[in-house]
Design a protein around this ligand. Structure first.
Ligand code: PMP
Ligand code: GLN
Length: 385
């Protein structure tokens, strides 16, 4: 293994899902729903397979139908106009979009600012690109009961070597949704310091309080923002790996230069199905959010009753907890023993931190599971007291 990757090992998600399998514990670790997405979307994939749509290499930037649907989605939802031919790129999930964006835009030695805790692939992709990660920590805020960004810290993290900011809102694992003021401040900073921003908005449709604000919609940002999203979370088909990038022709072309040598193209039939999914009526998204709000309430109550400190997520399908009220300080150790002690799997947030001490007491639980599974998990966790 080369030096750039040596520090990373196996992803925590694979490790924890394997632990769930081998122990039979309830898996509230890796974020995937235990119910598949809409039947008509699944049928669209079956139809595409049967009709021979996308069974051979689809076009490099993605099938035109999907690029068109992504452009229409950005227009309809956010009033953002993208040319489907030059400003949209289909990728193998957001994961490839993140890797390709960083490989395309970061020179060895460039600094990349990322919110800490950061989604695990960010650190690895920055490393693969030869960049240096510069974490800016979201800190627990007693007033709001959420993790917040300190804008002064973000500003101080920018140096002459900063190439880009890698943003994520709604934020995994904390569930923080950056406010309009926070996003406006990030945008002002990017413009002032002439920075690019790669923004991971895969949870755009999982904003449970308020509305999603894409960074690209802020003044001066359309031309310096690479926006990443994905169908996995929005349509509950995390196994299909259909993601996309929207940006300027120059930036999309740069990302495509990297993408073509990572996967060349992304799986064909699923692209047809996701093109249809993107045209689902607004009611679909309303129902998804309503269902997740109820699940958030269910798991929040269970975790609080079991004695965890609970941070309220405004988006995503994750709840970050503090295990100190239960008498623990090391979240990694806590998660390692949780399957045996309570029959539940969770993710230690420390793996998303450079500053392991700061991340140590926090543990993430996913609530994208059937109500009865969440209730059973809550009952099991209650025995921890
Ligand atoms: N970014 C974040 C913040 C995520 O939580 C995930 C997990 N879905 C991804 C990117 C990867 O998305 P995909 O499965 O589409 O590759
Ligand atoms: N994004 C999902 C999570 O945070 C998992 C994706 C993965 O397994 N890499 O749990």
């Amino acid at each position: 293994l080369n030096r750039r990757l040596a520090e990373f090992g196996t992803t925590v998600f694979a490790e924890m899902s394997a632990l769930a399998q081998s122990t039979g514990a309830i898996n509230l670790g890796q974020g995937f729903p235990d119910t598949d997405g809409p039947e008509e979307v699944r049928e669209a994939a079956v139809r595409a397979l049967r009709d021979g749509l996308g069974n051979q290499y689809p076009p490099g930037p993605g099938i035109p139908e999907l690029r068109q649907a992504v452009a229409e989605h950005q227009q309809h939802r956010y009033g953002l106009t993208y040319d489907p031919d030059t400003e949209v790129l289909v990728t193998a999930g957001a994961t490839e979009a993140i890797a390709a964006s960083l490989l395309a835009l970061v020179e060895p030695g460039d600094e990349v600012i990322a919110l800490e805790p950061y989604y695990d692939s960010y650190a690895a992709s920055i490393a693969l690109a030869g960049g240096a990660r510069v974490p800016v920590q979201l800190r627990p805020d007693a007033g709001t009961g959420t993790f917040r960004l300190d804008l002064d810290e973000l500003r101080d993290a920018v140096t002459p070597r900063t190439r880009l900011i890698l943003l994520n809102t709604p934020h995994n694992p904390t569930g923080t949704v950056l406010t309009r003021d926070e996003l406006a401040a990030v945008a002002r900073l990017a413009v002032e310091r002439d920075l690019l921003v790669v923004t991971d908005e895969v949870y755009e449709h999982l904003v449970l309080d308020g509305a999603h604000l894409p960074l690209a919609s802020f003044p001066g940002m359309r031309e310096r923002t690479v926006t990443i999203s994905s169908s996995g979370k929005t349509y509950s088909f995390t196994g299909w790996k259909v993601g996309w990038v929207t940006s300027t022709p120059a930036l999309v072309s740069a990302v495509r230069s990297a993408k073509q040598f990572l996967t060349f193209v992304s799986a064909g039939p699923f692209q047809y199905a996701i093109a249809e999914a993107l045209r689902l009526p607004d009611a679909y998204y309303d129902d998804l959010r309503a269902s997740l709000r109820a699940k958030r309430a269910l798991l929040t109550e269970g975790l609080a009753a079991a004695g965890f400190g609970v941070f309220r997520p405004s988006g995503t399908y994750f709840i970050t907890t503090d295990v100190r009220p239960l008498g623990h300080t090391d979240g990694i150790d806590f998660c390692r023993h949780l399957p045996a002690r309570a029959g539940v799997v969770a993710i230690p947030n420390a793996v998303f931190y450079d500053d392991k001490t700061a991340g140590s007491p926090f543990v993430r639980f996913a609530f994208c599971k059937k109500d009865e599974v969440l209730s059973e998990a809550a009952e099991r966790l209650a025995r921890l007291r």
